[in-house]
Design a protein around this ligand. Structure first.
Ligand SMILES: Nc1ncnc2c1ncn2[C@@H]1O[C@H](COP(=O)(O)OP(=O)(O)OP(=O)(O)O)[C@@H](O)[C@H]1O
Ligand SMILES: [Mg+2]
Length: 421
């Protein structure tokens, strides 16, 4: 397999939150440095209104936080398989189909990788979640087809897929010295993906691995869902979520649901929404929350708040509690967030992740005791409650951590070398 030659093709892990590009080379790490020497490019595009150009990754987040006017687009991958995909968004004053937006970002990945590699890539193995869309095979196929169309439109001639949790398995397999039955648990920003796979040093070189893959599965739950639940439970009540109306009914919930979801924050800024909220204000018993909401809207601070909530979630992986300062919105305002509150907020999501792993074992006809190793990867696999529920399911297996952000890209690089030479 020309093992002494660098691969002709690359692998792209286009993630909901972070992306990587892997390129297999003999004796070297596969992951290409995409930004400031780092192997990840955050999956973010910022359209800077003043300079009328898109910027990507960390630079995009910086420009946004520095207060440049413009639009910050995140979680682009979750548009695949959503109804929004067929629509357009307004960028720099003109309409841009979401597909084109995906092409801009993935094209940027290709260009950066090619600049570092000093060569063009014509073939690519794209990572994909086991399901782009839960329980809807047709929408799922459409999402995959869209991704292929986007990859071709930006100049790849040949495009193929590998499941993200299989790619992660190949990365782990590089370092093992005996046969193991492994459960791969990849919990990212948008999806939780699993594979049960037989790995060994001998199998590593087999071109065909279908027989080693005992089952794959997944569910559309990831870090962005955790952010939303933490926001609704811990932060949104300060902004009127759950307020009582004089009629004793609760205030309608969709405003706060939209505010806690990255893609829909902008709906709060629409004139129509503000008028509706203003007329509702007089029917609310305690208007202090909704008044804060008005301040947040006035300051266009919705995306800022969402970023604070995400950072708090990450900090709660290490800390039991923290104070989130909201002084930007109201002098002296802060809220205490605890890990207990976070875990309570995501309890039902965790239950669905656990059920999905349980189904996977059943599908493979395996008992928990037969699994030797659980290999965790993906940023959200750091959440302690997630580790705990998986440990409860598989108490006898070894639990290992991969390269949190790099395993999939490395595995895709191996796959690209195998498929395209
Ligand atoms: N220490 C941490 N504790 C909890 N969550 C974390 C931590 N570090 C990162 N995250 C979360 O991990 C997610 C990003 O992980 P990752 O980069 O693996 O996702 P992705 O590959 O882009 O998404 P996907 O594979 O679902 O498309 C984000 O939601 C981020 O908030
Ligand atoms: Mg991922």
């Amino acid at each position: 397999m020309y093992k002494d030659q660098p691969a002709r093709a690359c692998g792209i892990d286009f993630g909901t939150s972070n992306s990587t590009v892997g390129w297999w080379r003999p004796g070297e790490d596969s992951l290409i440095a995409l930004e400031d020497g780092k192997i990840t490019l955050p999956s973010v595009v910022f359209f800077n209104l003043e300079e009328r150009r898109p910027v990507y990754g960390r630079r995009a987040l910086e420009e946004y936080l520095e207060g440049y006017e413009g639009r910050l687009m995140r979680s682009l991958k979750s548009l695949l398989g959503s109804k929004l995909l067929k629509s357009e968004t307004t960028v720099l004053g003109s309409a841009m189909p979401f597909k084109q937006l995906l092409g801009l970002f993935i094209g940027e990945l290709k260009q950066r990788a090619e600049a570092v590699a000093g060569r063009a890539f014509e073939q690519v193995v794209l990572g994909r979640p086991v399901f782009f869309v839960d329980d809807d095979p047709e929408a799922d196929r459409e999402a995959a087809d869209t991704l292929v169309a986007v990859a071709k439109a930006i100049g790849f001639d040949e495009v193929s897929f590998q499941y993200e949790p299989i790619a992660a398995a190949f990365d782990y397999e590089r370092g093992i010295d005996r046969e193991e039955l492994v459960l791969i648990v990849d919990i990212g920003g948008g999806t939780s993906d699993f594979s049960l796979i037989r790995l060994s040093p001998e199998r590593r070189d087999h071109a065909e691995r279908q027989d080693d893959i005992l089952a794959t599965g997944g569910v559309h739950i990831g870090g962005t869902d955790f952010d939303k639940q933490l926001s609704l439970r811990g932060v949104m009540p300060l902004f009127g979520y759950g307020s009582r109306m004089k009629s004793d009914a609760f205030m309608p919930t969709h405003y706060h649901l939209n505010l806690a979801t990255w893609h829909t924050i902008n709906t709060l800024y629409a004139q129509k929404t503000q008028l509706a909220l203003k007329s509702m204000r007089y029917d609310i018993v305690d208007a202090s929350g909704i008044d804060r909401l008005f301040r947040l809207i006035e300051q266009r601070a919705g995306h800022w708040l969402a970023m604070q909530v995400e950072q708090s979630k990450i900090d709660l992986t290490e800390a039991d509690r923290l104070n989130l300062s909201l002084a930007r919105i109201e002098e002296g305002l802060e809220v205490e967030l605890t890990r207990d509150l976070f875990e309570a907020a995501i309890e039902s999501l965790l239950g669905r992740v656990r059920d999905s792993v349980g189904d996977l074992l059943n599908k493979a006809g395996l008992t928990a005791a037969q699994v030797d190793t659980v290999f965790f990867t993906g940023g959200s696999s750091g959440v302690p409650a997630l580790r705990r529920i998986i440990a409860e399911l598989l108490p006898n297996a070894r639990h290992l951590e991969g390269n949190t952000f790099g395993s999939i890209g490395s595995g895709l690089a191996i796959e690209a070398k195998k498929r395209y030479g």
